[in-house]
Design a protein around this ligand. Structure first.
Ligand SMILES: Nc1nc2c(ncn2[C@@H]2O[C@H](COP(=O)(O)OP(=O)(O)OP(=O)(O)O)[C@@H](O)[C@H]2O)c(=O)[nH]1
Ligand SMILES: [Zn+2]
Length: 225
């Protein structure tokens, strides 16, 4: 166990051979943390070389349906795949944050999906459930980075809130590297809602089944996850 640079937080490392995206096998270190501000079981995946002046860092919010089951309702699975591929190529850090459903949890997210089968968008559905539109706090992520000795990063995201919160918590964002927009008929309405709420999707390349000018159906929501 190594003591953290961030107060009471301590980090434990385990070396694990993993498959990083489609780029094949690499060895990386998985790091767990004790004493994070939200007591979450968040995980860091260190891909060498990661201890550089401004490494590539992805803050990935857990999405069981997208990351594990390949749900077509969101873009989380392809974004995770993309991030792992980039990390395999240039090194850096993946923080896998246990913030399922933008912080409202898996069961609530599935309830929100029921509401979204009507005209309600992804953020309004949270509010109808009595929750915040986005309850994620990245204070723990900042503590994880500082515990790893990282105070300056290149952040892989289209979400300006991640950058703002890291800055507030003492981690400088040297650059925001856009993630791709992995658009399909099933997640088009979801991505449109993200763009309306301030995600910088215009800066990112549109990929997937709806890239290249293919029309996006206004009711492009799937019934399944
Ligand atoms: N509440 C809720 N959460 C969702 C829904 N679809 C996906 N999520 C969660 O949203 C989180 C991902 O957030 P996004 O808004 O897609 O992307 P982001 O992380 O803010 O932004 P990027 O860094 O650019 O990828 C994950 O925790 C998913 O579980 C939904 O319809 N409702
Ligand atoms: Zn998702």
């Amino acid at each position: 166990m190594t003591g953290g640079a961030a107060g009471r937080t301590a980090a434990v490392r385990a070396r694990v051979p993993v498959r990083l995206g489609r780029a094949g096998g690499r060895s990386c270190e998985l790091v767990t943390f004790r004493g994070l501000p939200d007591d979450g079981e968040h995980l860091a995946c260190l891909v060498p070389p990661w201890d550089t002046p401004a490494p590539l860092v992805r803050l990935h919010s857990e999405c069981l349906t997208g990351d594990v089951l390949g749900s077509a309702r969101c873009d989380c699975g392809p974004q995770l795949e993309e991030a792992l591929g980039m990390l395999a190529g240039q090194g850096g850090v993946l923080l896998y944050l246990r913030q399922e459903g933008r912080g409202i949890g898996l069961y609530n997210k599935l309830d929100a999906y029921l509401l979204q089968d009507g005209d309600t968008d992804t953020f309004e559905a949270n509010r109808l459930l009595g929750r915040g539109a986005d309850e994620r706090d990245y204070g723990a992520a900042a503590v994880m980075l500082r515990t790893l000795g990282l105070r300056r990063v290149r952040l892989l995201t289209n979400n300006p809130d991640k950058e703002a919160q890291l800055l507030r918590h003492g981690v400088e964002v040297a650059e925001c590297v856009p993630t791709g927009v992995h658009m399909t008929p099933g997640n088009a309405a979801y991505l449109e809602a993200k763009a309306r709420s301030g995600h910088r999707l215009g800066d990112a390349g549109v990929r997937g089944a709806c890239a290249g000018g293919v029309a996006v159906p206004a009711n492009g929501r799937g019934g399944a996850v």
